[in-house]
Design a protein around this ligand. Structure first.
Ligand SMILES: NC(=O)c1ccc[n+]([C@@H]2O[C@H](COP(=O)([O-])OP(=O)(O)OC[C@H]3O[C@@H](n4cnc5c(N)ncnc54)[C@H](O)[C@@H]3O)[C@@H](O)[C@H]2O)c1
Length: 319
């Protein structure tokens, strides 16, 4: 079995879930890690046993890399992805691909020109509890979808590197940090909504967005919020179908049936103790899917360029 060499750039917060996941991919190994903060490089080296770099170009020059995993601040994703793909490296990047729609064409063009695989890791597409929801809609097993709520709320980030999360030009604030997860899922599962209504309470220390997306026959009401308080992150959904309610709350999916019974169809498989990481281990699922595409020379069409463009177009309406 040939082992793919993986490099990770940006080894802050979310990279930990990626490093955990890579440890469970037997045909790939993290051989290089890069971050401009020495202490983060050290932490990642200790965790993976990889060679550490504080300069991305030096890492590219010295290492033989098959896959680059980008966990950098959002504004850097597209440039780093294109640079790596132009060296023949396959790239998986954290969400969102970019704050700008134009970057979608640019990155996919680089992937095509260099005949490498590229994927934005929109993790809900690999999250079993969300996949079951999409399937219930598609198969109509509980009848038609009537209405839904999705929430994704937590504290205003106070300790990100260089405070980049509070800089709209680098993070895009709650639309790109939080809401894009749910919006991307909606576009993936139901397509482009017919219309949307937005309310936003935004200040220096908070950002609270409520959006209702209208589809033919149903609507979805979403909330994405940074509160000015220490407020544990949580994400949830409740979808009302004709014959059942599917609720994801506290990390578990429960399906309430019209006959009075209920079930929890997803069994926990993950070993992480981080409550923001799903029990069904979507980070491993997305990475496994990407590696399979790389090995097969197949496009990663579970995340399509036109869907990412639709999401970025809709998100422009939230500014
Ligand atoms: N899928 C998810 O559930 C999820 C969750 C959190 C964050 N994210 C995404 O992951 C990305 C990173 O978020 P985070 O919370 O881990 O941020 P973070 O600030 O904790 O980590 C980013 C790291 O990049 C490093 N860095 C900055 N510029 C660099 C450069 N030029 N070269 C090398 N390293 C550099 C920083 O030192 C920092 O350690 C964001 O785009 C965010 O949207 C996704």
């Amino acid at each position: 079995m040939s082992i793919l060499n993986v490099a990770i750039v940006g080894v802050g917060n979310i990279s930990r879930a990626h490093m955990d996941a890579w440890k469970n991919v037997e045909d790939a190994k993290v051989t290089a890690v890069c971050d401009i903060r020495e202490e983060m490089v050290q932490r990642a080296k200790d965790f993976t046993g990889a060679t550490g770099y504080s300069d991305f170009d030096e890492m590219l020059a010295k290492e033989k890399i098959d896959i680059l995993d980008i966990c950098l601040p959002t504004n850097l994703h597209a440039d780093f992805a294109v640079k790596a793909m132009n060296r023949g490296i396959h790239v998986i990047t954290e969400k969102p691909l970019s704050l700008n729609k134009a970057d979608v064409k640019r990155t996919y063009a680089a992937a095509q020109k260099n005949n490498v695989r590229f994927m934005t890791a929109q993790v809900l597409r690999f999250w079993q509890e969300y996949e079951l929801l999409r399937e219930a809609y598609r198969t109509k097993k509980y009848g038609a979808l009537i209405s839904a709520t999705m929430t994704r709320v937590g504290s205003t980030p106070r300790r990100s590197w260089d405070n980049w999360m509070l800089d709209e030009k680098r993070s895009g604030l709650t639309p790109f940090d939080l809401h894009i997860h749910d919006l991307d899922f909606l576009v993936y599962a139901f397509g482009k909504p017919a219309s949307m209504q937005v309310n936003r309470a935004r200040g220096e220390k908070r950002d609270d967005i409520h959006v209702v997306y209208h589809y033919d026959g149903f609507f979805v009401s979403c909330q994405a919020t940074w509160y000015n308080a220490v407020f544990r992150f949580r994400s949830a959904y409740r979808f009302q179908f004709e014959k059942a309610v599917m609720e994801y709350e506290g990390g578990a999916l429960t399906i309430y049936h019209e006959d009075g019974t209920n079930e929890q169809p997803v069994k926990a498989t993950a070993t992480f103790d981080d409550p923001s990481v799903p029990t069904s281990n979507a980070y491993l699922n997305e990475i496994r899917y990407f590696v399979d595409c790389v090995k097969a020379g197949r496009d990663c069409d579970k995340v399509k360029a036109h869907e990412l463009e639709t999401v970025l177009t809709l998100i422009e309406g939230l500014a």
